[in-house]
Design a protein around this ligand. Sequence first.
Ligand SMILES: [Cu+2]
Length: 156
Amino acid sequence: MKKIPAILLAAALSQTAWAADITVEQPWARATVEGMTMGGAFMNITNNTGKNDFLIGGSSAVADKVEVHTHVNDNGVMRMREVAGGIPLKAGQTTELKPGSYHIMFMGLKKQLKLGDKVEVTLKFKRAKPQTVTMEVQNVPKTNGNADSHGMKHTH
Ligand SMILES: [Cu+2]
């Protein structure tokens, strides 16, 4: 788990004003090319509810289904699969959804996700109330070394 720079943390806190028990920061969806039927989305989720929770799925107007996925190393080949039971969100911790790791997967995309588009996604948790977040469509962040290899594996 990476430390969040103080300035980002301060910005996030002022935005949410302590209203939500589960805070979602820096949500973004990966830009797709025309014809792609799947797409990934990423964010940091902080669980301040005091109880362990799980991100179990979601919904969005842009896709038939929104699944929670992870990557597993299968004899040296990174494969992704749906996370049974959801992505664990430990109490008091920030869980990173990022390329090459846990992520949100749009299945059956109804439109191309273009740079700068905004995508609304409602996240569903096992305990906490559903939460709708707006994701900006971006390219792969240059700072993340795993990102490019992740993108390649969406075709298998
Ligand atoms: Cu996936």
